[in-house]
Every structure is written in structure tokens, then in C-alpha cells.
Design a protein around this ligand. Structure first.
Ligand code: ADP
Ligand code: MG
Length: 695
């Protein structure tokens, strides 16, 4: 390519709609995939490849094997069976032989699969009048797919409704040659040299048009490194700004309220609570601004540690704020704090959205006074109407449920208040560094004593009646119970129907004489809160629920939880759910109910055999990657499209070290050798604009 035909870099900013082959409808689908511009399109990379090493010659397939093949449809049709089930069948052929593929109950495929189409099929080979493949996964590659015919590699892209992987591939194929040269290398030459990674143009060609799967993975490696580097740069820079922006407050350890609180506590602090409190006190009494994450499993006792920090701020004449993700949790903290502060002669303030105007004004008036006050609330705390006269400490509970901006806004409500983030999702330290940058981390790895362990067991479907009888004995003893259904996506109508039907059956049948309620994500917030409040106050015996039950909710009288279809949950999710029981002095139970396969049984063992959240999180990460760990409520965490910070842990460590060095030498990335990197960061991450603004 001659220098004159080098396209200007701004073609990369072309909105996806304006690219040839992308109409308004497809653009909408692309946007759902996070692809807004030509640049994003380049970085939308395949999540899977098929080639000669994974695709088998049809002649070699043996009954009982699980395999992938690529073949052309030579005949097809729909077969009725005696039972009324209709089966779509197609015979596919490659250069080595033929095999029949069979899709029971999917006669409609007859409309979309045609003779002459090339199919990629993966599934088990069984014996049925000869070898027959039962496709588990399949892709129609279309009529003449030159991309795969000659034993080349087939790239499979993440697709979405209305935009197949094949259409995506066609669009990328059409534009790749024009777009790639417009993208200049942005990694500093030194970094490239030292990591031995390929240049960006080479890497992009390799991931989109590889000649072997190994080559594709080499390209992916470079892009995963970049993504990790970007996230580390953003995190470190954001944290550095937060720290250095203003000096923090230097609190004095007066041992006034904190000592009184300690004396008034009905129990001793655990060793872990003492350690975490010391670390927080050390931060708060230093002139630097505190920026610390307090991590502890459900029930490890984070709230009381937070209250100690608040008392230190209060005894110095400052205000302290605790923000929780829901009104229910805010109220719960408010009650706890009210009870514990009463002997100290202090009274906290509650600020939530549903408060009446009068109560709101009264709360606002107390915050406007410069006196020491502890305020607990929801995101209503960061709304414009809420003003603090002298905020010295901002605490954010269940911090991953807030967006970056909400967390930052609370910090801006005062003059450099100290910041404490809290999270119940236990994650290994290396992962915490990737997700949160150079936050300081305190860990509560000890459970308060006197707590009964939760007995967890897996029970088969045939034991259902006995399980329900057991629940009834608990209710008869005055306890309360949860029954949880796996609705991970609240849009999942089928699952919601199942939960509703089960609720109706239980409420009319075995628990007709009990107070039963149904809680799910489609209910209005006020309705949800009303049900949870009623359960908390003992007005409901059995709560049938989807996964929306609050993580932090504390109902000590609830002693049994039955979880349906446990195999559909991540391990950490099960552990968090289970954390809602075993909060009182009574023995508690968690029953996983359903017929699960041997693999799931093996996986669920991790939850059954231990109550150590860190150990469970590690197993979860190893088995299912990081997507499951935080469920769907991870708005505050960076999104990884290419890298997986767990599986790519070593790469992440390299990227973290590089980010540290780069920012140490050039905090705004504005020297000539770093400027391309800075431009790329700001082009791809909106947040980078403010973080790396020069001057
Ligand atoms: P989480 O870390 O999940 O937010 P909480 O702060 O809600 O946990 O504490 C869970 C329960 O344990 C609460 O009922 C609390 O009163 C109790 N608790 C906390 N610390 C101790 C302790 N050191 N000894 C006994 N009970 C404690
Ligand atoms: Mg909590």
C-alpha cells in the first residue's frame, strides 16, 4: 500500500450506520453488541474458531463421539413420527463421506436450511439406522462459503437477534482491508518490543482472517493485553486523581465515640473486624485521602466496621454518609445504627426517595447544620437536592451495584471526604486489583462466633414432598422460609410463569394455611419493598421469590431456603442466596432441589461442602469464568469483551505492571511516545476523556 492511499484515521469514527452493508436495522443490532463505530467493528472479534483441528472428516466419526463437522446439504426433509413429533433431517456431505443430522421437534428448520447450504454442526453421534448426528450447536454457513471450503479457519462472532454471526462476518470482511490501515499502532514501541506482542494491524488481521487457530489466538492475545492495559490505565489514573486531587482530612483518633461504641456492643469484635477497623483508622488519621475497599462474605459483619469509621468521623465533628443500593437496605442500616448509637446519645438521619416532602426537608435541615451527623440513604444521597455541610466520610455498601459516577458523586458532596467501599462478593486479591485498580483492600475472612452453620443438601425431585414437609415443620415452629426460582433475566417470561404457577400451587395446596407471597423483579419497587418489609416483620411465612431477594437483608427468623434448579445458578450466587439464612441463633438449612446431571452435581459439591465464600468464588471463577460471579448487577465494574481477567491472570499482571510504569513516568500519557495510546483510550472509553485531559 502506498502512503498516499493511507486512509485518514477519522474513517474509524464513522458511525456504524454509514458503513456499506449496514442499514438502520442492522446498526441497531450492532449497537446492542456495543459496536457503534467502524473502530468498534474492528474490535468486535470472534469468540470461537473452527478449523481442521476441531472439524472432523465425516468418514472418521464414531458412534458415541462428540464432534464438529462441516458439510453441504445433499438432501433434506421433515419426517412425522408415530408419536406426532416432527423431525427435520438433513444429509450432509464433505469430501470424505455422508452423515444424517436430525433435529427432533424442529420442522420449521425446513424453511431456513436449503439443499446446497453448507452447515457447521457440533453434537453427539448416535446409532439410528446408521450413524446420525444430533446437533447441539449449528451454524448455516450459506450456499457457497469459500471461507471454509479449503480447510481454512472459520471465525464465529458473538451475534445477536436480527444479526447473525455470518452477517457480521460479511460486514467485517467487506471493510477490513480499508479500515485496518487507518489504525496506527498505539502501543509505545518499547512496550511492544518487551512483550513480543504483534503489531495492532497484524493482530487484527489475525483475529478476523486467521490461517490457523493458533494464529488467531496469537492475535487475540495482543488484543486481550490491550484491553487489560486500558482498564488498568483507567483505574490507576482515576484512583490517582481521586487521591492527589486534594489532600484528605486528617482525623484525630480521640477514642471518644469509638470507645463508647465498643463498650456498648453486645458482643466482641472478631479478629478480622479488629484488623479491618485498624486499617481504616490508620487511613483516616493520615493526611492522605482514604480510598479503601472492605470485602467480606455475607454475614461477616461489615456494617459494624463501617459504623466504627463513622464514629471516628463524628467525634471529629464531621458528617458521615452510608449509601446502600435499595431503600430496604438503607432502612436496615438505619435501624442498626439507631440502636447502636442511642446509648451514645446520637441519632442517625435517613434519606430515601420515598420519603414525604416534610421528612425530606427535616433531613435536609439536619445535613445543612455543620454538626456531626450520620446519614444513611439510597442514591437519593447523591441527588442534587441533598447538600452536606461538612461531609468527612462516604461509605458505599454493595458498591458494585452503583455506577462509577454515582460512587464518585457521593465523594464530591464534601471537601475530599474519605471513601470506604464495601462488597459482599469475595474475590481473590489479584482479581480485585484488575477490577478496582490500586484500591487498598481490607478483608473480613472470619465469621462472627455463635453463628450456626447452614446445613446444605442436594435433594432429588422425588424427594420434593418430603422437602416441603420439612419446610412446614420449620414454619410450624414459628420460623420463616424462602423458596427461590432461577430467573436470571427478568425478561424471561417462561421462567416467571413457572415461578408464578408454583407459587399458586403452593399457596393453594401444602401451604394453604400459611401466609405465602410472591416476589419478583417485574413488581414495582414499592411493591417489592412492601413484601420484603412484611417478611422482615414476620407478616409472611413463606416467601416464593426469584433471585431479587436483597443480598444484605437480615431476617434472623428465616431458617430454611429451598432453591429450585440449582444447576442454573453460579456457585457464588448460590452462596449469596444461602447467606439470607443462618443469621439467627437457630439451626438453618439450604436445600438444593432438583434432578441434576453428574457434572452439575460435581460443581454443586463446592457449595454443599464449604461455607467459605472465597473458596467458592475461586471454584466459580475456575469453572465458569468471571461473568457469573457478579450476576447481572455489575454496573460499576469494567466490561471485558476480549480478555477474561481470571483466565488471563498472568497477562493482566503484565498489563498492570506496564500501566504502573507508564503512568509513573507520564501521568497524562501526553509525551509523544504515549500520545497515540492516549488517543486510543479516549476514542474507546468515554471516561478516559476527563481522566486524561491535558492542561
Ligand atoms: P454483612 O457483612 O453481610 O453486611 P452484617 O454486618 O449485616 O454482615 O452482620 C451480620 C450479622 O452479624 C448482624 O446481625 C450483626 O449484628 C452480627 N455481627 C456482626 N459482628 C458480630 C460479632 N463480632 N459477633 C457477633 N455477631 C456479630
Ligand atoms: Mg451488609
Amino acid at each position: 500500500m502506498t502512503p498516499t492511499s493511507h486512509p485518514p484515521a477519522r474513517v474509524l469514527d464513522t458511525p456504524i450506520t454509514f458503513l456499506k452493508g449496514v442499514g438502520e436495522r442492522r446498526a441497531e443490532a450492532f449497537r446492542r453488541l456495543g459496536v457503534l463505530s467502524a473502530r468498534d467493528l474492528l474490535f468486535h472479534i470472534p469468540h470461537r474458531y473452527e478449523d481442521a483441528s476441531t472439524v472432523r472428516r465425516i468418514v472418521t466419526l464414531r458412534v458415541g463421539e462428540d464432534a464438529s463437522v462441516i458439510g453441504t446439504v445433499v438432501s433434506k426433509g421433515v419426517l412425522p413420527t408415530r408419536k406426532g413429533l416432527r423431525i427435520f433431517q438433513a444429509v450432509v456431505q464433505d469430501e470424505s463421506g455422508l452423515i444424517e443430522a436430525s433435529w427432533p421437534g424442529q420442522p420449521f428448520l425446513d424453511r431456513s436450511i436449503n439443499k446446497g447450504d453448507m452447515l457447521l454442526l457440533s453434537g453427539t453421534v448416535r446409532f439410528y439406522h446408521g450413524r446420525q448426528l444430533m446437533p447441539r450447536e449449528w451454524v448455516n454457513l450459506g450456499a457457497d462459503d469459500s471461507g471454509t471450503a479449503e480447510g481454512r479457519v472459520l471465525a464465529v462472532y458473538p451475534a445477536t437477534e436480527g444479526l447473525s454471526f455470518k452477517q457480521i462476518r460479511a460486514v467485517i470482511d467487506k471493510h477490513l482491508d480499508a479500515l485496518v490501515p487507518a489504525l496506527d499502532e498505539y502501543l509505545p514501541a518499547e512496550l511492544l518490543r518487551e512483550t513480543g506482542l504483534p503489531g495492532i494491524q497484524v493482530a487484527l488481521r489475525r483475529v478476523h482472517r486467521p490461517t490457523s487457530v493458533a494464529e488467531a489466538h496469537g492475535g487475540r492475545h495482543r488484543l486481550a493485553y490491550d484491553e487489560l492495559l486500558f482498564v488498568h490505565l483507567l483505574q490507576r489514573r482515576a484512583n490517582a486523581i481521586a487521591r492527589q486531587a486534594r489532600q484528605g482530612i486528617t482525623f484525630e483518633n480521640r477514642r471518644d465515640l469509638t470507645s463508647k461504641l465498643k463498650a456498648a456492643l453486645p458482643w466482641e469484635l472478631t479478629g478480622a473486624q479488629v484488623r479491618a477497623t485498624r486499617e481504616i483508622v490508620a487511613d483516616m488519621t493520615s493526611p492522605l485521602r482514604m480510598h479503601r475497599l472492605l470485602q467480606g462474605d455475607v454475614g461477616s459483619g461489615k456494617t459494624i466496621v463501617a459504623l466504627f469509621a463513622c464514629c471516628l468521623a463524628l467525634e471529629n465533628g464531621y458528617q458521615a454518609a452510608v449509601m446502600a443500593p435499595t431503600e430496604l437496605l438503607a432502612e436496615q442500616h438505619f435501624r442498626t445504627f439507631s440502636a447502636l448509637l442511642a446509648p451514645l446519645g446520637m441519632e442517625p438521619v435517613l434519606v430515601v426517595g420515598s420519603m414525604g416532602a416534610k421528612a425530606r426537608r427535616a433531613a435536609a435541615a439536619r445535613l445543612a447544620e455543620a454538626g456531626p451527623v450520620l446519614v444513611v440513604g439510597t442514591h437519593a444521597l447523591v441527588q442534587e437536592g441533598t447538600q452536606f455541610a461538612r461531609l468527612g466520610l462516604a461509605i458505599i455498601d454493595e458498591q458494585h451495584r452503583f455506577g462509577v459516577e454515582q460512587r464518585a458523586t457521593l465523594g464530591e458532596k464534601g471537601a475530599a471526604p474519605d471513601i470506604l467501599l464495601m462488597s459482599a462478593t469475595p474475590i481473590p486479591r489479584s482479581l480485585a486489583l484488575t477490577l478496582y485498580g490500586d484500591l487498598d483492600v481490607s478483608v473480613l475472612d472470619e465469621r462472627p462466633p455463635g453463628r450456626q452453620p447452614v446445613t446444605t443438601a442436594l435433594r432429588a425431585e422425588r424427594a420434593r414432598d418430603r422437602v416441603m414437609e420439612f419446610v412446614e415443620t420449620q414454619l410450624a415452629a414459628g420460623r420463616q422460609a424462602y423458596l427461590v426460582y432461577p430467573i436470571i433475566e427478568e425478561s424471561d417470561k417462561v421462567a416467571l410463569k413457572a415461578a408464578t404457577t408454583a407459587f399458586e400451587a403452593l399457596a393453594a395446596g401444602p401451604f394453604a394455611h400459611r401466609r405465602v407471597a410472591l416476589l419478583h423483579g417485574r413488581l414495582a419497587t414499592e411493591e417489592k419493598d412492601a413484601i420484603m418489609r412484611s417478611f422482615r416483620d414476620g407478616g409472611i411465612d413463606l416467601l416464593v421469590s426469584t433471585t431479587v431477594i436483597e443480598v444484605g437483608i437480615d431476617v434472623p427468623n428465616a431458617t430454611v431456603m429451598v432453591i429450585e434448579h440449582p444447576e442454573r445458578f453460579g456457585l457464588s450466587q448460590l452462596h449469596q442466596l444461602r447467606g439470607r439464612v443462618g443469621r439467627g441463633a437457630e439451626e438453618s438449612f439450604c436445600i438444593l432441589l432438583g434432578d441434576v446431571g453428574p457434572e452439575s452435581r460435581e460443581r454443586l459439591r463446592h457449595v454443599i461442602e464449604t461455607e467459605d465464600g472465597f473458596e467458592i468464588a475461586r471454584a466459580d471463577l475456575r469453572l465458569r469464568g468471571m461473568g457469573d460471579l457478579f450476576g447481572k448487577q455489575q454496573s460499576g465494574l469494567p466490561v471485558f469483551k476480549i480478555a477474561d481477567p481470571v483466565r488471563d491472570e498472568e497477562l493482566s499482571e503484565l498489563a498492570r505492571a506496564a500501566a504502573e510504569r507508564l503512568l509513573h513516568a507520564d501521568p497524562t500519557l501526553s509525551t509523544p511516545s504515549n500520545r497515540a495510546l492516549q488517543r486510543m483510550l479516549t476514542a474507546r472509553y468515554g471516561r478516559a476523556l476527563e481522566l486524561f485531559r491535558v492542561g
